[in-house]
Design a binder for this molecule. Structure first.
Ligand SMILES: NC(=O)c1ccc[n+]([C@@H]2O[C@H](COP(=O)([O-])OP(=O)(O)OC[C@H]3O[C@@H](n4cnc5c(N)ncnc54)[C@H](OP(=O)(O)O)[C@@H]3O)[C@@H](O)[C@H]2O)c1
Length: 163
């Protein structure tokens, strides 16, 4: 069991380093593709992260107008005429409220690398997002979560459940 846990920790560290390095390597320039349908405005939270950056690129490629709320704009190496980058922390409600205003949907790829420390980034951050969405009547929310949120826990294997 100890060996397995050690391997898991080494894997988590290697994965975190790999994803962080990948996010910093290049500036991606995406061309504008006419889709022939109305542009939808999407706020992406966590766009500097591993999955968030992929979501951002795919959304721009598909013709969405994207706003990204990021803590460090220097980390977002993507350029596009339909991309607006706003500086802010999801724990700061006023920053979240400003970012959510005028959007049609919000996608959250919020996460943290503090694997062994308790944080409120996901709980407080998501609460701020939902509160701002209610304030501006934004109805669509897509949220990436960890294993076992809500009814997903029913699908857990026995070993995963007790790890
Ligand atoms: N990767 C996977 O295979 C996988 C699988 C299942 C579920 N998930 C879940 O999906 C989510 C995203 O995963 P990921 O691997 O893409 O995460 P990640 O690479 O760690 O990215 C997390 C993102 O959240 C941002 N963030 C953290 N704290 C913030 C704050 N206070 N204010 C604003 N932004 C903040 C980070 O910004 P900074 O760049 O400034 O730190 C980063 O952009 C997580 O909840 C994870 O549990 C991931």
């Amino acid at each position: 069991m100890t060996t397995f846990l050690l391997l898991l920790i080494v894997y988590a560290i290697a994965l975190a380093i790999g994803l962080a390095r990948r996010g910093l390597t290049s500036v991606t320039k995406i061309s504008v593709v006419p889709t022939g349908r109305p542009l939808t405005r999407i706020l992406i939270i966590g766009a500097t992260g591993g999955t968030g950056r992929q979501l951002l690129v795919r959304a721009l490629e598909q013709g969405y107008v994207v706003k990204a709320l990021v803590r460090d704009p220097g980390k977002l190496s993507v350029e596009h005429p339909h991309l607006t980058v706003v500086h802010g922390d999801v724990l700061d409600y006023s920053a979240v409220e400003k970012a959510v205003r005028g959007q049609d949907a919000v996608i959250s790829a919020l996460g943290h690398r503090r694997f062994f420390v308790l944080t409120r980034i996901l709980s407080e951050g998501t609460r701020n997002v939902l509160r701002a969405m209610e304030t501006y009547s934004v109805r669509r929310f897509v949220c990436e979560t960890s294993l076992g949120i809500g009814t997903a826990s029913a699908a857990w294997a026995f070993t995963t459940h007790y790890l």
